[in-house]
Design a protein around this ligand. Structure first.
Ligand code: PT1
Length: 275
């Protein structure tokens, strides 16, 4: 029920599908607490039925322009959902947080992966993650969701992202986190223009040469909208296509909303590979 059931991300022969579960008020609240937890459990069940390998639970929106939430609010949103999911399903669970106290409690409640868009840079985050025994995913971004949209000046976005993640890997290794417990993520849509996001996608194989599995999250993001001209609710096909291009370049985990579309795209990839 705890970090013990965390899978070894390297030993699976195929990419993993991580289903996104937003435990934010806009997603699941029009009744009381119990009602919103039940609806989150139902949504997770649907994603698992559709082929998700793990579920990522987040209580803080980190999309561009989002405002921060308090630690207590984050705990109130996320912990009851993780507890309910751990009781109900035996799939691995991930917690999307940058807050040390949330990391510790989420792992105690059943999460085996800490997914931190701030790459464990908050005070106490590295220590909390190491002590938890869980795996961690460290992601590249600049600034905060509220101001990151303006911070897109790079010499070479791909090199800078790789250098940043390599440095975080060294830091985590020094802090005592075994390499098999760390994943890296280029942070699509975090302080990057659409052009920069697609450069990162095209050159993802360079990132995949780091000593860690690569997680990617492009699902329904603005980069998909800019390329397809589609609104956010019609980006499943574009997102699945982007996920497949990432897999072809070495991505190990796909963080997605549209699990069925992603599963079918991966089935084509697997069929081709085994032919
Ligand atoms: C991500 C990610 C995440 N994305 C990881 N965790 C979000 N590891 C939340 C847009 O451009 O990529 N990797 N947790 C969601 N954040 C965004 C960012 C949502 C940009 C939308 C956009 O539309």
């Amino acid at each position: 029920m705890t970090a013990g059931r965390c899978p070894d991300w390297r030993l699976t022969g195929r990419p993993w599908i991580m289903g996104i579960l937003n435990a934010t008020p806009d997603s699941f609240s029009d009744g009381g607490q119990f009602n919103s937890v039940e609806r989150a459990v139902d949504a997770a069940g649907e994603m698992l039925d559709a082929g998700a390998d793990l579920i990522d639970v987040g209580g803080e929106s980190t999309r561009p322009g989002a405002t921060p939430v308090s630690q207590q609010e984050e705990l109130d949103r996320v912990i009851p959902v993780i507890e309910a999911l751990a009781e109900r399903f035996d799939c691995p669970l991930s917690v999307d947080t940058s807050t040390p106290a949330v990391m510790g409690q989420a792992v105690a409640a059943g999460a085996c992966l800490i997914n931190d868009v701030r790459a464990l840079t908050r005070p106490g985050a590295v220590e909390a993650a190491v002590a938890s025994g869980a795996s961690v995913c460290v992601m590249h971004m600049r600034g905060e969701p509220g101001d990151m949209a303006e911070r897109t000046g790079y010499q070479d976005v791909v090199t800078e992202v790789i250098d940043f993640l390599a440095e975080r890997l060294r830091r985590l290794k020094a802090a005592g986190l075994p390499p098999e417990r760390v994943l890296v993520d280029p942070g699509f849509g975090f302080a990057k223009t659409a052009e920069q996001n697609f450069a990162l996608l095209r050159r993802l194989d360079e990132l995949a040469r780091l000593d860690a599995p690569v997680l990617v999250g492009m699902s329904r993001k603005r980069m998909i909208g800019e390329a397809t001209g589609q609104p956010v609710d019609r980006r499943a096909v574009g997102s699945a296509a982007a996920a497949l291009l990432a897999v072809e370049r070495g991505a190990a985990v796909l963080r997605v909303h549209d699990v069925e579309a992603t599963r079918d795209a991966l089935a084509i990839w697997s069929a081709m590979r085994s032919a």
